[in-house]
Design a protein around this ligand. Structure first.
Ligand code: PLP
Length: 405
């Protein structure tokens, strides 16, 4: 390599200028569309059907538990930089995966996942809900995790094919659905903490019933303990990485130990409300000006950009019946609203449960009772009805994408 000091003066100056410009140029945000020139294609999908002896018995809807039973097939797509990147997608009989013991996913949690659902509508058609938003979130997480990105539209087509092959697994019930778990893991057989040159994207499906066992319509109780935090500025709370979830298990167990169902995640000195369990949170209240207001924390990096959250905000703005705000909610504000009888409802929102009303928060040794289910016409129930009507085909809506079977 030529040493800088041995270059002629004019070249030296040019080189300096180039470096100067390069370090001061505003770097464009990483655009996924640039990144996904290398993608797998639905057109290359191959299908290997399970043999009759590989088919699993389907559980009764009443016996469904979250993530316990899996369907007969899975989607698998390998990525190897050395072979030109993404390989052909394959649908194969459900099988175990084999990993090298040094695989990055096993050491550095180089992993991300998504959570989507397929619903059997009242007209017998199977629908999925706003899948392009899951693809966007998946690619954003892949970028942050050093995993390869891909074209979401091609994955959606592969997923639809998988669902159509396992269509008999989509429960014939409006309290149930088929959960879709796209997963992307780093599989390089090397221990370096580095971007992945090999990865596996796979998707498994499982029929699911109600998320909270036995909860049905009943509201959940929360533990809000400020000594625990889920995410922080500059971190990955807004990405759907497995590494965000393992550290919550201990705190969830703490909540269960206190006879409570879920954790209300707080952040910072003001004990800002961020999320509830694995849901985004909404507060419906009467504000200082005496107006009804729906408030949810902003997308400031501390919370996951939920698809249910985005949909609730969009519906609220279309309805235009109350004020809608994306702003931080300190616990002190919640406590004060409650003491002035201005806190009407508190609820979580996410794919797993759609909308889940909150009954109480245990905070600083006190149990705050939230009157969510005591409202005459609760807004949480209206959101749930509107979303499930779209998902189960009671109404026709562009958010519902029909799976060709
Ligand atoms: C931490 C967290 N927040 C919020 C959500 C809700 O997101 P969505 O509505 O896309 O399911 C989820 C579930 O995916 C989650 O894991």
């Amino acid at each position: 390599m030529v040493s800088l000091t041995r270059l002629p003066r004019v070249l030296l100056r040019r080189k300096f200028l180039c470096r100067h410009v390069a370090t001061h140029k505003v770097k464009p945000a990483l655009s996924i569309s640039n990144e996904v020139q290398n993608t797998f294609k639905f057109a290359d999908l191959s299908v290997q059907l399970a043999s009759p002896d590989q088919l699993q018995p389907k559980p009764e809807v009443a016996d469904l538990q979250f993530g316990k039973y899996f369907t007969d097939h899975m989607l698998k797509i390998l990525y190897h930089e050395s072979l030109g990147g993404w390989q052909r997608p394959e649908i194969i009989p459900f099988e175990n995966i084999v990993l090298h013991p040094a695989a990055k996913v096993l050491h550095y949690a180089t992993e991300l996942f998504e959570g989507m659902k397929a619903y059997r509508g009242v007209d017998g058609k199977i629908r999925i809900f706003r899948p392009e938003m899951n693809m966007e979130r998946m690619n954003q997480t892949a970028l942050r995790a050093g995993l390869p990105t891909f074209d979401g539209a091609n994955l959606i087509k592969c997923l639809c094919r998988l669902i159509s092959i396992d269509q008999e697994w989509v429960p014939h019930s409006e309290s149930s659905s088929l959960y879709i778990r796209p997963t992307l893991i780093g599989i390089d057989p090397t221990l370096g903490v580095a971007a992945c040159a090999s990865a596996m994207l796979y998707t498994i499906l499982c029929p699911v019933g109600a998320y909270f066992s036995g909860a049905g319509e009943s509201a959940v109780s929360l533990l809000a303990d400020p000594q625990f935090t889920r995410a922080w500025p500059g971190g990955c709370g807004d990405k759907k990485m497995g590494s965000n979830y393992a550290p919550t298990i201990h705190v969830q167990r703490e909540a269960l130990g206190q006879g409570l169902q879920q954790v209300l995640w707080l952040y910072g000195e003001d004990h800002l409300i961020t999320e509830v369990g694995t849901m985004n949170i909404f507060m419906f209240c009467i504000n200082e000006s005496g107006e009804k207001e729906l408030v949810t924390p902003p997308l400031d990096g501390l919370i996951l950009p939920g698809i249910t959250r985005a949909s609730i905000l969009q519906l609220s703005r279309e309805w235009n019946e109350f004020r809608v705000s994306e702003r931080s909610i300190p616990m002190a504000e919640l406590v004060s609203l409650l003491s002035e009888n201005r806190l009407l409802e508190l609820f979580g929102a996410g794919t797993a449960c759609v909308v889940s009303p909150i009954a109480s928060i245990s905070y600083k040794g006190e149990k705050l009772l939230i009157p969510t289910v005591e409202q005459k016409y609760p807004i949480y129930a209206k959101f749930r009805r509107t979303l499930t009507d779209i998902q189960y085909g009671h109404v026709s809506h562009p958010w519902a994408v029909t799976v060709d079977v």
